[in-house]
Design a protein around this ligand. Structure first.
Ligand code: PLP
Length: 425
């Protein structure tokens, strides 16, 4: 443990680390491990999508829609079936949207704000609206609620999901609590998989607000690092139905990290009553989303097995990168007591916790050394990490060589900043 060492030992180490850091800085590196984007190699996996539709293709959907023309607000039948497979829902519970599920989440908050949910007072007319935010979490979720001036309340995450005692209390006591952000599988950034108990407790919530919704962002449902050993969670739509709360949840997902981010298909899965409520507003917004892309995805993947086959190819590219992160962190930081990190079985991120008060400095020194990371604090609402300790590592986009270099530098910087902190104290 670093903290057991004498001041003299720490000073000596600090000088050595600082010298190595300055050498690295002088190399003028330009590396990026900030955003969870698929690499070019991963994008290449989906190029055959362009072969499924040709000038001679039949463009009529299973339910008789000419996909080249206007119409079909909720999506063509085969796309609903495919997204139902992805999200483990029924086709009648699906509304297919465009290339971004985040956009649907924004729309749902926006709709609640302007029109209200199922006849309830629009959130924009209420004196106070609050959202629960499991932390650390996905920065863009927090940006959506912040954009509407919604007050965000941190809820700590543990190994089985959010602190459910706190969630149950806040949701049942306070009518101004209108929603919660959840990434139930391979969460961003912690890689957490919600336990069965957590899902059941979510399904059985007794909110004070009639228009409370769980924003169940199942972005990583099929994004296993080992497709032969997938982690599964209980089906929230089935559980809410069983618990007599069928309208409690909005589930989201997309093909962003299956085919082309921003240029694929996305969907919301929810009860038929929610579908009706959402489409009543949506019909004034759009005539129908891009059905050609829907048809292309449906014909290419066909079903869940088709999706999983494809995810196996992604995993073959991603797993070695996650292994590099795990091995390098363990080799250089294991047993030092200056950092802990997640060991994800899927998703796109590794979550790292420094000693309190070190994360900002680590990310800033990384930047000076030419390595861009997600900003410290980004994983918390208002970008305020009360401990200044969480850093999100995104291994997917960099090449293996770049990633090796970036993580080596990261471990050096963590040691440098931690030694400095221990010396200060
Ligand atoms: N949800 C989570 C948890 C994510 O991590 C991301 C992207 O990183 C998204 C949603 C974005 O999804 P989409 O591309 O469908 O908008």
């Amino acid at each position: 443990m670093l903290m057991d060492q004498s001041r003299e030992e720490l000073k000596e180490q600090y000088a050595g680390l600082k010298a190595r850091y300055e050498e690295l800085k002088a190399q003028g590196l330009k590396l990026d491990i900030s955003r969870g984007k698929p690499s070019k190699e991963q994008l290449e996996l989906s190029m055959d999508l362009f072969t499924v539709l040709t000038p001679s293709s039949d463009m009529i959907s299973e339910d008789g829609v000419d996909t080249r023309n206007y119409g079909c607000l909720t999506g063509i039948l085969e796309a609903k079936k495919l997204l139902a497979d992805l999200l483990e829902a029924k086709p009648e519970n699906i509304i297919v949207f465009g290339g971004s599920s985040l956009n649907i989440m924004y729309d749902m908050v926006s709709k609640a704000y302007t029109h209200g949910i199922m006849g309830e007072t629009p959130w924009g007319k209420l004196p106070s609206v609050k959202f629960l935010c499991p932390v650390p979490g996905y920065d863009r979720h927090f940006s959506v609620t912040q954009a509407f001036g919604i007050e965000m309340i941190n809820v700590p995450m543990n190994d089985a999901g959010p602190d459910m005692d706190l969630v149950e209390r806040l949701v049942s006591e306070d009518e101004s609590v209108k929603g919660i952000w959840c990434v139930p599988k391979y969460s961003n950034p912690g890689g957490t998989v919600y336990s069965d108990e957590t899902v059941r407790r979510f399904a059985a919530l007794k909110p004070a607000a009639k228009d409370f919704r769980i924003f169940w962002d199942n972005a990583y449902n099929v994004h296993h690092l080992d497709v032969d050993r997938p982690r599964e969670i209980l089906n929230i739509l089935e559980e809410t139905e069983k618990a007599g709360n069928p309208n409690l949840v909005y589930e989201f997902g997309s093909f962003s990290k299956i085919t082309f981010p921003g240029s694929s298909v996305s969907a919301i899965a929810c009860s038929e009553a929610n579908v009706k409520d959402i489409t009543s507003v949506m019909q004034n917004q759009i005539i129908g989303h891009n059905k050609i892309t829907q048809l292309q995805h449906a014909r290419y993947f066909k079903d869940k097995a088709g999706i999983l086959d494809h995810m196996r190819k992604h995993a073959a590219i991603l797993k070695p990168k996650f292994d590099i992160v795990e091995e390098t962190l363990e080799k250089n930081l294991g047993g030092l007591g200056i950092g802990s990190w997640s060991h994800p079985e899927g998703g796109y991120f590794v979550s790292f916790n420094t000693l309190p008060g070190c994360a900002k400095e680590v990310v800033s020194l990384m930047k000076e050394a030419g390595v861009t990371m997600t900003g410290a604090g980004a994983t918390y609402p208002y970008k305020k990490d009360p401990e200044d300790s969480n850093i999100r590592i995104a291994p997917s986009y960099a090449t293996v060589e770049e990633l090796k270099k970036a993580i080596e530098i990261f471990t050096l910087v963590v040691r440098l900043v931690s030694t400095e902190k221990l010396l200060e104290n």
